[in-house]
Design a protein around this ligand. Structure first.
Ligand SMILES: [Ca+2]
Ligand SMILES: [Ca+2]
Length: 277
C-alpha cells in the first residue's frame, strides 16, 4: 500500500476546513408546552461560527416565512397567540460562510385546557406583582381576583378585579382600591367577621403594618389598620410581613403570619376573640 504524503500546507488547509466546516450549535431548542393564546419561545445558540451567521426556522419540515414572522430568521423564534395549529416539530438551520448545521427537532405542545388572557385589565395593567389570590367577594358565584404588588415610580400597584363572567374582569378603583400605593406582597381572603362575605388581609413589605380590607357588602371595602389592638399582649408590628393565612383556633378566629406566629383579634371588634388564641 502506497502512502501519499501531503504537503504540510495542504494538511493545514484541511485542518482549517474541519474547524470551520459548519457552525457549531451550543444550546439546542428545547421541547416547550404553552396554553392557547400564549407566546411560545424557541431558542438556539451557536458556539462556533464564521460570520455572517443566518438562521432559518422550520415547522413540520416547512420553512417559516421571515416576512410574516421576522423571528423565523433569528436565533429566538417567537410565536404569539398560539393556536392548536402551532403544535408540532420545530428545528432551525444555522448557516455561515463555511456551511450549515441543523438543530435538534423540538416539539411544541399547545395545551387546550387553558387560554391565556391577552385582553382586559388583568392582562394589560402590568402590575409589578408579587402574588394573586382568587376569592368571590360579592357572592355572585364568580371568583374575583386581587393581584398584589408595587412599583415605586410607575404606580403599577395592587389591584382588585371583579369577575364579570366569560373570562372578563374589571378593575375596582373605588374606595380604598383607588391609588393603593402600599408595598403589598401577599394576601389572604376569609370571612373573618362571619357576616357571609370575604374580607382580605394584605401583608406589606418593609416596616409597615398589614392592611385589613373589611368587606362592607355591595362591593364596598373599608381599609382598617392592623395595629396593636389585634394582639394580646400588644406587640410591635415593625418588620417585614410574609405570607398570611386565616384559620380558626378553638372557636376564635385568628390570623397567622409566618414571621410572628398567631394572634387573636381585638375583643372590641371580634366578639368571639379571646387571649387564648
Ligand atoms: Ca364574584
Ligand atoms: Ca365578612
Amino acid at each position: 500500500m502506497k502512502i501519499v504524503r501531503l504537503p504540510a500546507a495542504l494538511w493545514l488547509a484541511f485542518a482549517g476546513y474541519g474547524a470551520l466546516a459548519q457552525p457549531e450549535i451550543g444550546v439546542q431548542p428545547a421541547d416547550t408546552s404553552v396554553s392557547l393564546g400564549a407566546t411560545a419561545i424557541l431558542t438556539v445558540s451557536v458556539r462556533v461560527a464564521a460570520s455572517p451567521l443566518t438562521y432559518q426556522w422550520w415547522f413540520n419540515d416547512t420553512a417559516l416565512d421571515p416576512v410574516a414572522n421576522p423571528s423565523a430568521a433569528q436565533g429566538r423564534l417567537s410565536l404569539t397567540n398560539v393556536t392548536l395549529g402551532n403544535a408540532g416539530a420545530y428545528y432551525v438551520v444555522v448557516s455561515d460562510t463555511s456551511g450549515s448545521s441543523k438543530s435538534r427537532t423540538a416539539t411544541l405542545d399547545v395545551d387546550p385546557q387553558f387560554t391565556k388572557m391577552n385582553e382586559g385589565p388583568v392582562a394589560t395593567d402590568r402590575v409589578l406583582s408579587w402574588s394573586g389570590h382568587f376569592g368571590d367577594y360579592d357572592g355572585d358565584g364568580l371568583m374575583d381576583l386581587v393581584v398584589t404588588g408595587y412599583h415605586q415610580t410607575t404606580g403599577k400597584n395592587t389591584r382588585l378585579y371583579h369577575n364579570e363572567g366569560e373570562g372578563r374582569f374589571t378593575a375596582v378603583t373605588s374606595g380604598p382600591w383607588e391609588n393603593l400605593t402600599d408595598r403589598v406582597v401577599f394576601g389572604a381572603w376569609a370571612d373573618t367577621d362571619n357576616d357571609g362575605d370575604l374580607d382580605l388581609l394584605l401583608s406589606v413589605n418593609e416596616a409597615l403594618a398589614p392592611i385589613y380590607m373589611r368587606n362592607e357588602g355591595g362591593g364596598e371595602f373599608s381599609r382598617l389598620p392592623v395595629d396593636q389592638n389585634w394582639f394580646q399582649p400588644p406587640v410591635s408590628l415593625a418588620g417585614q410581613s410574609g405570607n398570611p393565612a386565616w384559620g380558626t383556633w378553638t372557636m376564635t378566629a385568628c390570623w397567622m403570619e409566618s414571621c410572628r406566629g398567631r394572634a387573636p383579634f381585638p375583643s372590641e371588634t371580634w366578639g368571639t376573640a379571646s387571649s387564648t388564641c
